[in-house]
Write a protein that binds this ligand. Structure first.
Ligand code: UD1
Length: 354
């Protein structure tokens, strides 16, 4: 059997790494890997392939545009060509990026079977977030919908999607467990951090960083926190561009700014931080895997179960300071995202049916 996997952005490399680990144990499946090129900086892309010991992409389409329509359109054209040439039995898609949607459309039009890993996430607010459009479109074009949580299964059922829906658990939990012995703690010394005494932040969502007022409000609150406890912020290229454009560099002066860091370093930093602040989809779960709480800078999240059990909070900028200093003790509920064998389950199901 031949599968064709499509990745393009940072979180997808991590999910693909989990599948590649499972593929090593699974005979009779060959994988063709396509990188759309959506993320292209060495520290946003290549370094993930290195530290996660992933095989290099068979195709790199080199497509990155700031306009989503143009990016998705060009991906659609080129992915169709690759699929015609490779004739896969099934196309594997990950998460909710423009690369996911382009892959779903290209495969569906060629009448290929489509599997969506991380299916069923839904987030109504803020309105018009690109990731939500990508999730809905991809789920409604998929034959196999591999859900990371029971909530995701329920979301699909509410939209009358029942066929091909499986609760497998989360592939990001698989890779977290597999890679845990190799987490890299070197940045703690390099940045002169003290264990359990710094905040780790990620921030890149369009609704938080593309509007000057919103970004200013967030950075003002973060600098207030950073005056009292170190805040480490690996700066995403989208946010870097906006900060320069809006002239907000001064608001970074109390923060510890780094380049984007690789997976093993980010997890090493996370395991030793006090709390996290994030607007990333995947990272708000990785903090949970590491036993750390996060304030999620979103009005709503697809990972609602972590909010419902009080582990994470949905935050406005003005909530951040209180979150950092809150003494509230919260019960750690295990296994929300499966048992760490989602990738094996996914391959077992695909092999049984395709
Ligand atoms: C994308 C995904 C988002 C995911 C995120 C992870 C979509 C709609 N969004 O958002 O779901 O959480 O990846 O990081 O697919 N850029 C660089 N170098 C890079 C990558 C991007 O300079 O390596 C620049 C781009 O040129 C662009 C901006 O950063 O100007 C945003 O990149 P883009 O891929 O559009 O989206 P992300 O914000 O990274």
């Amino acid at each position: 059997m031949k599968i064709l996997s499509i990745v393009g952005a940072r979180p997808q490399f991590v999910k693909e790494a989990a599948i590649q680990c499972a593929l090593k144990q699974s005979e009779k499946i060959t994988e063709v890997l396509v990188h759309t090129g959506q993320h292209y900086d060495a520290n946003m892309s290549g370094v993930f392939f290195d530290v996660l010991s992933m095989k290099a992409p068979d195709y790199n389409l080199g497509i990155s545009e700031t306009l989503h329509g143009a990016m998705t359109g060009r991906m659609l054209i080129q992915l169709e060509q690759v699929m015609i040439k490779e004739k896969p039995d099934i196309v594997l898609l990950y998460g909710d990026t423009n690369s996911t949607t382009a892959g779903a459309l290209a495969a569906r039009k060629l009448k290929l079977q489509v599997a969506h890993i991380e299916a069923g996430l839904r987030q109504k607010k803020p309105k018009y977030i690109p990731e939500e459009a990508n999730r809905v479109v991809t789920d409604h074009m998929s034959d196999f919908l591999f859900c990371p949580s029971q909530v995701a299964v329920d979301n699909l059922n509410k939209e009358n999607i029942y066929d091909g829906v499986y609760f497998t658990g989360d592939v990001m939990y698989d890779i977290f467990l597999k890679m845990q012995p190799s987490f890299d703690y070197s940045m703690i010394d390099e940045l002169r951090l003290v264990q359990d005494n710094y905040i780790l932040m990620t921030l890149h969502r369009d609704f938080n960083v593309d509007n000057k007022d919103v970004l200013t409000k967030i950075l003002i609150e973060i600098s207030r926190i950073a005056k009292e406890i170190p805040v480490v912020y690996p700066l995403h290229p989208r946010t870097r561009k906006r900060i320069q454009e809006f002239g907000l560099e001064d608001l970074l002066s109390d923060l510890i700014i780094t380049e984007p860091v690789d997976y093993l370093k980010l997890m090493g930093l996370t395991e030793n931080c006090f709390k996290a602040i994030t607007d990333s989809g995947g990272y708000q779960k990785e903090t949970y895997f590491a036993g750390k709480r996060a304030a999620v800078l979103m009005p709503e999240t697809g990972w609602i179960e972590l909010i419902d059990n009080d582990w994470n909070i949905l935050a406005e900028p003005s909530d951040l300071y209180d979150f950092v200093y809150s003494k509230k003790s919260v019960q750690y509920e295990r296994n929300i995202y499966g048992r760490g064998n989602a990738s094996e389950e996914i391959l077992r199901i695909i092999k049984g049916v395709v």
